[in-house]
Design a protein around this ligand. Structure first.
Ligand code: BG6
Length: 481
């Protein structure tokens, strides 16, 4: 295989950055926004139990610190932030809508004009600079009222409320937004069910059954959103979104290979439904073995079949590793997914292993499987930064990580022939970490003066990577030095 071909990317390749409402907007009750699931997820030791749905926290209390409440205050800084994205030459900006900003209680008959207007302003600001908005309809948030009244995605009614949201936003923004993602990291609901789907468990209930039923509801909702989108504007492009990464077998023992395949299927399951339009046989058999009888309504199969996605988007931070041998059990962190430590890889300060070739492997696996255009909508290095005077950060480690991953993506395009629509780095401006709630774990090209306890001026400043990424975009990925 010739690994020397170096070309840039196609004309129109969408370079940019990604954020999520709950991790950057702040203003958690401003403009008549309602309380969201993410607003009751605290920083600190209780964060994981709450995100997993094991610890009930349905309101905020005074003992905890809730990072989403102010986040990095994008709500009041969006003009300044988007101007900086434009300065880097962004072609696209991925952001999510806060559902509770548009329907404060989720089940309201009428949408909240102030919330809708806020996103109008954000999109207008992007379009002013020729930046194409890429919108995630829900990125880890559900209006809390729906958790309290119907148990969130465990209830089928959620499909109707989600449809109501989609009708409103597709109509409202049909001339401003073309690219939509239905659910961020849809597979996350298996790992962090409260964060991914607003699920809180009762003692003794079959958690797996609740999760897969909720997953079914999200899959139907995603297909219905696609149907509505095509009716409202046939030009829309609808994507699914997977927390992706191939699982490697620890050895070439067939048992290890088999286990790795099973691990990957747990994640592919969602995209198999969203992209191929039906439950794969291995998933039906798995549910049977788990004694889970999914409740499906008449017509669900047709809805799934007739409304598959246009493209596959995904996040990639690190590859995963598994073994069938219980004695091989040295784990490391990795975006919530349990993984063994890979002796061939270095890891970030947070234990996420760094594997650029793993990105090329993941890209090729997804393209082989679905044969649809891909969109890399999250990738990046979470690292602690030490700002110099005026907030400049010499973040060579971040540049190094991104450079190697962009090279891997470039090889996937130029050598392997994969069609990739664009690349948005995660947290293009520093924001709150989803897994830890920290500010210290930074991904941005733009530094935000704020610490883990919420102190700081919120002032923005350009890091070294800001100027580097500007050049990458200018040269359409040819100059990565
Ligand atoms: C993805 C999420 O899982 O990873 C983001 O879609 C998240 O919301 C990102 O922020 C990075 O994870 P973390 O925990 O470092 O913020």
């Amino acid at each position: 295989m010739n690994n020397k071909i170096v070309k840039g990317f196609s004309e129109g390749f969408l370079w940019g950055g990604a954020t999520a409402a709950n991790q950057c907007e702040g203003a958690y009750l401003e403009g008549h926004k309602g309380l969201s699931t993410v607003d009751v997820i605290p920083a600190g030791k209780d964060r994981f139990p709450v995100m997993k749905g094991e610890m009930k926290m349905l309101e905020c209390d005074s003992e905890h610190y809730y990072p989403s409440h102010e986040a990095v205050d994008f709500y009041h800084h969006y003009k300044e932030d988007i101007a900086m994205f434009a300065e880097m030459g962004f072609k696209t900006f991925r952001l999510s809508l806060s559902w509770a900003r548009i329907f404060p209680n989720g089940d309201d008959e009428v949408s909240n004009e102030e919330g809708l207007k806020f996103y109008d302003n954000v999109f207008d600001e992007c379009l002013k600079y020729g930046i194409e908005p890429l919108v995630t309809i829900t990125h880890f948030d559900v209006p809390m009222n729906l958790v309290k009244t119907i148990g969130s995605w465990r209830s089928r009614k959620m499909v109707d409320y989600y449809e109501r949201l989609c009708e409103v936003i597709f109509n409202r923004y049909k001339n401003k937004v073309k690219y939509w993602l239905t659910f961020n990291e849809i597979n996350m609901l298996l790992h962090l069910p409260f964060m991914g789907a607003g699920l809180v468990f009762e003692e003794g209930e079959n958690q797996e059954a609740v999760k897969y039923q909720a997953a079914h509801h999200q899959l139907v909702a995603s297909a219905k959103a696609t149907e509505i989108a095509r009716r409202i504007n046939p030009e829309f492009k609808i994507g699914c979104m997977l927390a992706a990464a191939n699982t490697y077998p620890f050895t070439c023992a067939p048992e290890d290979v088999w286990k790795a395949m099973g691990r990957d299927r747990e994640n592919y399951f969602f995209i198999d439904v969203q992209s191929r339009g039906e439950y794969p046989n291995y998933a039906k058999k798995m549910l049977e073995r788990m004694n889970i009888n999914l409740v499906m309504e008449e017509g669900d199969a047709e809805i799934l079949k007739n409304n598959t996605v246009d493209f596959i988007s995904f996040s990639y931070y690190s590859s995963r590793l598994t073994s069938a041998d219980p004695k091989v059990n040295a784990e490391t962190a990795g975006n919530v997914f349990k993984t063994l430590r890979n002796p061939h890889l270095k890891a970030s300060e947070w234990g996420w292993q760094i594997d650029p070739l793993g990105l090329r492997i993941t890209i090729n696996s997804l393209y082989d499987r679905y044969e649809k255009p891909l969109f890399i909508v999250e990738n990046g290095l979470g690292a602690s930064d030490t700002p110099e005077e005026k907030g400049y950060v010499e973040d060579n480690y971040r540049i190094e990580y991104l450079r190697e991953h962009i090279k891997a993506m470039r090889d996937a395009v130029n050598i392997d022939g994969v069609e990739i629509l664009g690349y948005t780095t995660w947290g293009c401006i520093d924001l709150v970490s989803a897994s830890t709630g920290e500010m210290k774990k930074r991904y941005g090209f733009i530094y935000v003066d704020k610490d883990n306890e919420g102190r700081g001026t919120l002032a923005r400043s350009r890091k070294k990577s800001f100027y580097w990424y500007k050049k990458v975009i200018e040269t359409n990925g040819e100059d990565l030095e």
